[in-house]
Design a protein around this ligand. Structure first.
Ligand code: FNR
Length: 186
């Protein structure tokens, strides 16, 4: 891997103590030097509305689109809400996909990791997000899949990440780095 790729990291939970945000931060720590990871905030984006997406677009839309346009690759880390992705994440995807013909997503490599205190690790959110990415022509990493259940126990009271989970995250981010390199270099 010869160059560093900019990775936009989107977190689907807006709450301060979010497990998914902590996992996203852990992934940025574990990422190899070929990945420059940057968290892109999605909480300030107004709900997508074509009536306000006119020239000039809302500042929050423009800023978000520029951040994603400048990224080589995408990484989604999200909880599951009601067996789907949280509205904040779907809203961010909708904002990035418009105006029609100017999507910030097309052709980029991506991956998704979902985590939940529940048993099935956000499987529904993971696959709903993949469904949108198929339409948006994002090259999503297929394996390893990452549905992390039991996530309420991943961090101890001092905020230290469980070693087994850290090992899983390391495998995931290393596979993602190879995926990004193959899909950009190729
Ligand atoms: C949830 N939660 C949840 N968990 C799950 O495994 N499947 C689900 O469908 C849902 N649905 C759901 C809906 C709503 C509105 C909320 C607020 C929560 C629980 C969720 O996984 C839990 O709150 C996580 O801790 C949220 O992730 P963060 O914020 O810790 O990253």
């Amino acid at each position: 891997m010869s160059k560093a790729y900019k990775v936009a990291v989107l977190v689907g939970s807006l709450r301060k103590a979010s497990i998914n945000r902590k996992l996203a931060l852990a992934l940025t720590q574990l990422a190899p030097p070929s990945l420059q990871m940057e968290l892109v905030e999605i909480g300030e984006l107004p709900l997508y509305n074509e009536d306000i997406d006119i020239s000039p677009a809302p500042e929050a839309y423009s800023r978000f689109r520029e951040q994603l346009r400048g990224a080589d690759a995408l990484l989604f880390v999200t909880p599951e809400y009601n067996r789907s992705m949280p509205g904040a994440m779907k809203n961010a995807i909708d904002v990035g996909s418009r105006p029609y013909g100017q999507s910030v997503f097309a052709g980029k490599p991506g991956a998704v990791l979902t985590a939940s205190p529940g048993a099935i690790g956000g499987f529904g959110a993971n696959h709903h997000l993949r469904q949108s990415m198929v339409f948006l022509d994002v090259r999503m990493m297929q394996q390893p899949e990452a549905y992390l259940g039991g996530a309420g126990k991943f961090f101890d009271e001092q905020g230290k990440l469980d070693e087994a989970i850290e090992g899983l995250l390391q495998k995931f981010i290393d596979a993602y780095a190879a995926w990004v390199d193959a899909h950009i270099a190729g």
